[in-house]
Design a binder for this molecule. Structure first.
Ligand code: SF4
Length: 242
């Protein structure tokens, strides 16, 4: 989203003048309702026949529970890990070729800060915050001065350990794009994303696996938006292979 805004700001003075600050979160994709439906099914609820009045994927804590409130007052809760780690989920193919799911173009980018990329239980609300611009840094400093944030400086490589799935996604991005091009999909142009460096860090074997895997998914129709990619399972497998 911020990339689109930056493109607009290149050509639109009002966008430059009026939008003074941008913040993005590390995006975990927009999943389908598959995981939510399955969460309810494990509790004996058919979401289509008996939809919850309220459903929270997280919140009310860090990360907080997955929570469904039914019209008759019943409340079902589960953990973040049950929803996103212990069971399969699906998402859109576009998220597999997302050029910037970590807010590189934003003044500030924020993300979860859990060792290995998964919560070890509830924590006190710690997050990773990255200032990409002087503007972002000034805002962070102002928040700290106002007592709204407590900041701890860490090396940027800390992100590798708390966001390993984004490391893998970026390392494999140019390979997935190459597979898309080979399958005849339109080729987007991305600049300044250090994708060649990311791909080099991936290694030839993994690039080959990624290429073949993406081609197989595309041939099975997963590149169409009305289809779903088995994103979660694939990433889990990749992480296990590390
Ligand atoms: S395309 Fe990128 S930013 Fe958009 S939902 Fe998917 S991962 Fe997130």
């Amino acid at each position: 989203d911020i990339s689109g805004l930056r493109n607009l700001q290149r050509v639109d003075r009002r966008a430059r003048d009026l939008i003074r600050f941008t913040q993005a979160m590390f995006c975990g994709t927009v999943p389908s309702l598959f995981a939510s439906r399955a969460f309810l099914e494990r509790r004996g609820i058919d979401m289509a026949a008996d939809p919850p009045e309220e459903f929270r994927w997280r919140g009310e804590g860090c990360p907080g529970p997955t929570k469904a409130v039914m019209s008759d007052g019943r409340v079902f809760k589960g953990t973040y890990n049950e929803l996103w780690d212990e069971n399969p989920w699906t998402t859109q193919f576009r998220c597999k070729i997302c050029p910037d799911a970590i807010g590189l173009c934003a003044d500030l980018a924020v993300g979860d800060d859990w060792p290995g990329g998964l919560p070890q239980g509830e924590d006190d609300g710690w997050n990773a915050v990255i200032a990409h611009t002087v503007n972002g840094l000034r805002i962070l400093d102002a928040c700290e001065e106002a007592g709204d944030l407590t900041l701890l400086d860490v090396d940027v490589r800390h992100l590798d350990s708390v966001q390993p799935h984004h490391v893998r996604l970026r390392q494999g991005l140019s390979t997935r794009l190459a597979a898309c091009a080979a399958a005849g999909l339109p080729e987007p142009e991305f600049h300044d994303l250090a994708l060649d460096d990311c791909a080099a860090a991936f290694g030839a074997d993994k690039r080959d696996q990624e290429y073949q895997g993406t081609l197989r998914r595309l041939m099975a129709g997963h590149g169409d938006e009305d289809q779903l990619a088995d994103y979660g399972a694939a990433v889990q497998q990749q992480l296990e292979d590390q």
